[in-house]
Design a protein around this ligand. Structure first.
Ligand SMILES: [Zn+2]
Length: 262
């Protein structure tokens, strides 16, 4: 898989002796979590994994050279059962996904490391990661952090900003920037599963009253959003802004001290 992670910050490229020499209490281990799942007719299954790597890679390139921050090999598969029924979607059961995160946390803890960041770029993983981050804090004493990929994309219309969350303008623009050879620009489809102007309280996402959804019920082509305004230029602009924010968050996580210790 294409990667933008600087090789000197990719943990699997180190030897165990090099890892042994890292400062145990300060080193920030970043575990990318993503998905292999349908992204409409026009984007590849690995979209969330590629975006994760693009943003994290650029963020890591922006860190001060001496800051001990390392990317682990990504967990490519996520909990993607909302996209079941689309060929190529490969989903882990929630228990499997949680067990993988717990085992990796245990492995880091066994080596004496203290700080673990979950850097997630697939919405279906969010709630599980929140739970696991607290459990690992409680069970292993790890200092765990959650960092969610993306963030606001400047210049996107209100409708797309609210409901363009799967294979829409932002994801398409980021792939037009990073892997344009994988974007089928003649295959765009568009679908919104809610409207920002709708006064109803019940929404599929981002509301106090929600309904559980499966993609096949509400967006048959697999797209939730509108990819058609996407450009590579905006993709690079958003990559820049998002990776700035991620780099800043990583510095704060490295510097973080428990409130009781301050
Ligand atoms: Zn996606």
């Amino acid at each position: 898989m294409k990667t933008w992670i600087p090789p000197e910050r990719f943990l699997p490229y180190l030897t165990w002796k090099q890892v042994d020499a890292l400062p145990r209490d300060r080193t920030l281990m970043v575990l990318p979590t993503a998905a292999i799942e349908q992204h409409g007719h026009h984007l590849p299954l690995a979209t969330d994994t590629l975006i994760n790597n693009l943003l994290l890679g650029h963020a890591l390139q922006k860190l001060p050279k001496d800051l001990p921050v390392y990317a682990l090999a990504p967990v490519h598969y996520g909990k993607s059962n909302e996209h079941v029924g689309y060929p190529g979607t490969l989903s882990l059961h929630r228990d499997t996904f949680m067990a993988v995160l717990r085992d990796l946390g245990r492995s880091l803890k066994a080596a004496g490391f203290q700080r673990l960041v979950f850097f997630n770029s697939h919405g279906g993983n969010h709630s599980l990661i929140d739970v696991m981050a607290r459990d690992l804090r409680d069970e292993l004493g790890l200092r765990t952090f959650c960092l969610y990929g993306g963030g606001p994309a400047e210049g996107v219309c209100a409708q797309e900003a609210a409901y363009g969350f799967h294979a829409g303008e932002v994801e398409t623009a980021l792939l037009l920037a990073g892997t344009p050879e994988l974007v089928h620009t003649d295959q765009y489809t568009s679908n919104y599963i809610a409207r920002v102007g709708d006064p109803g309280l019940l929404k599929p996402e981002f509301a106090s009253a929600t309904f559980s959804w499966l993609t096949r019920d509400i967006a048959p082509s697999g797209v939730m959003g509108d990819p058609s305004p996407a450009t590579a230029e905006n993709g690079w602009r958003w990559c820049e802004a998002m990776s700035d924010r991620i780099a800043r968050a990583l510095v704060e996580m490295h510097d973080f001290q428990e409130i009781l210790e301050r």
